[in-house]
Design a protein around this ligand. Structure first.
Ligand SMILES: Cc1ncc(COP(=O)(O)O)c(C=O)c1O
Length: 401
């Protein structure tokens, strides 16, 4: 499987022509299947990053390959000005399996959140005397467009690309008193990740979210769930809001909805179907190729009841981590389904990640002492065991020596 191309020459070219935005190791990924990736040198990697919680059905699943092939022969882009068949089928499927009625499709999580922000402002303008403020949480992550960066509560971004889009207030997660004190007549929405993903896998409390829902209903404030990371089976239910017995007014989806194909959606209820023509759109909104892929990915997840196996494998991972807790002084083992994290006793997250990479395991460290696991939703017990064999070896090396 060795690539005929010279890897170091390609890396040199990359360093010359790819705009610098992040540190990348000198590795070029060339092929993927299931939970594995291979680089241009033929080295195999067990992927517990999952394309950043994206490859819900693993790498290059047959259902996606077939969907792309078949749809590409029929229609790739018929223009956002017209309906297409998979767009209608996909919107209907999402509505049928959620508490929502209406769907707007886009291409990235950030764009879906932009739609949610716009819809909340539209609501404020129409029904709340131009209220436009949205409350979000500290350490939240809602995307990288200017508005979604402004919405995010990421400390490092506070002073970046000023001036930010105004109208966002950040409060500590799970602190009801602060949230209540922050609400005012200008508040049109509260926007939350049910589990903060990039922030390090921190979940909203059940009592907190139930109370927020009550307040939102009473004060005419929209509740937006950013389920870009938690949606489409990741937490062991099709949508994370189902864990809390409440229904948000707006939900955004991304990542796993396309299984790796760039796709996202904003869902809302009929009563918030309030955009006027031209308020929202996009050249690639609901293009047939992406719609067919998303439709087949989500159908597969529902028909095969993948959220059930997500629970089983997620619980198995949590149990194995708990068994390692004392040996490696691991703290705060947490998460739901296949969105799991734990803290190391030292700020050695990036060291653990790079040692694992050397041994052919892909992991993520969202914080200096935190390791996050987000494998494909189709990961099995043997693959989990394989991951632990490498992780244990690395933890032994780094934490004990
Ligand atoms: C909760 C959440 N919202 C939004 C985004 C942004 O999605 P995208 O990178 O597809 O724009 C992310 C990405 O990590 C996310 O985790």
């Amino acid at each position: 499987m060795k690539n005929a191309m010279n890897t170091s020459k390609l890396i040199q070219e990359a360093n010359k022509h790819i705009l610098y935005t992040t540190e990348r190791p000198d590795i070029i990924m060339a092929k993927g299947k299931g939970v594995y990736l291979w680089d241009t040198e033929g080295k195999k990697y067990l992927d517990f990053i999952g394309g950043w919680a994206v490859t819900s059905l693993g790498h290059c699943p047959d259902v996606m390959v077939k969907a792309i092939e078949n749809q590409a022969k029929e229609l790739i882009n018929g223009s956002p000005a017209y309906y297409n068949i998979p767009m209608i089928q996909f919107a209907s499927l999402l509505a049928e399996h959620s508490c929502f009625d209406r769907v707007f499709f886009s291409n990235s999580g950030s764009e879906a959140n932009e739609s949610a922000i716009k819809l909340a402002r539209k609501y404020g303008e129409k029904y709340k005397k131009n209220a436009f403020e949205i409350i979000t949480t500290i350490d939240s992550f809602h995307g990288r467009t200017l508005a979604t960066m402004s919405a995010s509560g990421k400390k490092y971004w506070e002073k970046l690309f000023e001036p930010k889009v105004r109208g966002f207030k950040h409060v500590a997660l799970n602190d009801l008193e602060v949230l209540i004190a922050t609400i005012n007549l200008n508040t049109c929405a509260i926007m939350l990740e049910p589990i903060q993903g990039e922030g390090g896998v921190y979940e909203i409390d059940l009592a907190y979210i139930k109370k927020i829902k009550e307040i939102c209903d009473k004060e005419n404030i929209l509740l937006i769930f950013d389920e870009v990371q938690t949606g489409i089976g990741r937490t062991g239910k099709l949508f994370a809001y189902e864990h809390y017995g409440i229904e948000p007014d707006i939900m955004t989806l991304g990542k796993g909805i396309g299984g790796g194909y760039p796709l996202s959606a904003m869902l809302t209820k009929e009563k918030f179907n309030i955009f006027e023509a031209g308020n929202q759109g996009g050249t690639y909104s609901a293009q047939p190729l992406g719609m067919r892929v998303g439709l087949e990915v989500v159908k597969e997840i529902i028909e095969k009841d993948i959220p059930k196996s997500v629970c089983i494998q997620g619980n198995y991972i949590l149990e194995k981590l708990t068994n390692l807790r004392d040996r490696f002084s691991l703290n705060n083992i947490r998460g739901k389904g296949l969105l799991i994290a734990f803290d190391l006793p030292l700020e050695k997250g990036s060291h653990v990640v790079s040692e694992c990479l050397g041994k052919g395991l892909l992991l993520n460290a969202p914080k200096p002492a935190t390791i996050r696991l987000m494998p494909p939703l189709t990961v099995n017990k043997e693959e989990v065991d394989e991951m632990f064999a490498i992780l244990e070896e690395v933890l032994e090396d780094i934490l004990k020596n």
